[in-house]
Ligand binder design. Structure first.
Ligand SMILES: C[S@@+](CC[C@H](N)C(=O)[O-])C[C@H]1O[C@@H](n2cnc3c(N)ncnc32)[C@H](O)[C@@H]1O
Length: 216
C-alpha cells in the first residue's frame, strides 16, 4: 500500500471520531479559534487556502472571524486527500450556506490537479498534514504549496513537535512523523522561504505543536 493510501484509509475510518474527539472534545477547534483571534491573518478580499483541511476547522474558524469583521469578499479554498473528512466539512458548509468556500479532493503531492485559478493566495494554512507524508516528500509538498502563494502572501504551517509524549502517541495512535525546530528551519530554507517566524499556541498545546509563519 502507498503511504498516502494508508493515510487515506486511516482518516476514512476515523473521520467522525477525529471531528468529535479531537476537534470538539479535546479542544483543537477552541485552540485554533483562540490563536486566530489574537492574530491578524485575514483581511478584506483575501484568497485563503487550507491545505489538508480535513473536516475544515481552520477554514471554519477563519470564515467565522471574517464574518464577524464584515469581510464579505474573501475566497476560501480547501483540499484534502480523504473524502470522508471533506464530507463532514461539506455538511458544515451547507449548514452555513457559505458560498465562498470551495473544496477539492487532492493530494498535496499532486497539486496540478487543482483548478487553474487556485493560485496567488494571500494566506495558505497547512495544519497537521505534513506529518503524514514520507519524510523525503515533505520538501516537495512545501515547494508545491509555495508555488501557490502570492508574492506578499503568508504561509502558516502547524505541525507536531517531536517529544517523548508525541513519539509515544504518534507510534500508537496517529502514526505521524514528528519534527523539531531545526529540521523545520532547514526545510523552509531549502525551499526558498527567507522569512521564518515561530508563533505560539497556548502553553498546553505548545508542548506538542509548532506554528511556523513563513514569507517568500
Ligand atoms: C490531523 S488531520 C488535520 C486536519 C485539519 N487540517 C485540522 O487541523 O484539523 C490530517 C489531514 O491531512 C490529510 N492528508 C494527509 N496526507 C495528505 C496529502 N498527501 N494530501 C492532502 N491531504 C492529506 C488527511 O486526509 C487528514 O484529513
Amino acid at each position: 500500500m502507498k503511504p498516502n493510501n494508508k493515510t487515506e484509509k486511516l482518516y476514512t475510518d476515523r473521520a467522525t471520531f477525529y471531528e468529535r474527539l479531537f476537534v470538539g472534545f479535546l479542544g483543537w477547534g477552541r485552540e485554533l479559534e483562540s490563536f486566530f483571534r489574537r492574530s491578524n491573518y485575514i483581511h478584506p478580499n483575501d484568497k485563503v487556502l487550507d491545505a489538508g483541511c480535513g473536516t475544515g476547522i481552520i477554514t471554519r474558524v477563519l470564515y467565522r472571524l471574517a464574518k464577524e469583521e464584515g469581510y464579505k469578499s474573501i475566497n476560501f479554498h480547501a483540499f484534502d486527500l480523504t473524502r470522508n473528512m471533506l464530507e463532514i466539512f461539506q455538511g458544515w458548509i451547507a449548514g452555513q450556506s457559505a458560498d465562498n468556500i470551495e473544496l477539492q479532493q487532492t493530494d498535496v503531492l499532486e497539486l496540478e490537479a487543482l483548478p487553474s485559478y487556485w493560485k496567488e493566495y494571500d494566506l495558505i494554512v497547512s495544519s497537521t498534514m505534513l506529518e503524514y507524508l514520507p519524510n523525503e516528500k515533505v520538501k516537495d509538498a512545501l515547494s508545491n504549496l509555495k508555488q501557490l502563494l502570492g508574492n506578499e502572501g503568508t504561509f502558516l504551517v502547524i505541525i507536531t513537535k517531536r517529544n517523548f509524549i508525541t513519539q509515544w502517541l504518534a507510534g500508537k495512535w496517529w502514526r505521524t512523523n514528528l519534527f523539531d525546530e531545526q529540521e523545520i528551519r532547514d526545510l523552509f530554507h531549502a525551499v526558498g522561504f527567507n522569512k521564518i517566524e515561530f508563533k505560539k499556541f497556548s502553553p498546553q498545546w505548545s508542548n506538542f505543536i509548532m506554528v511556523i509563519e513563513a514569507k517568500k
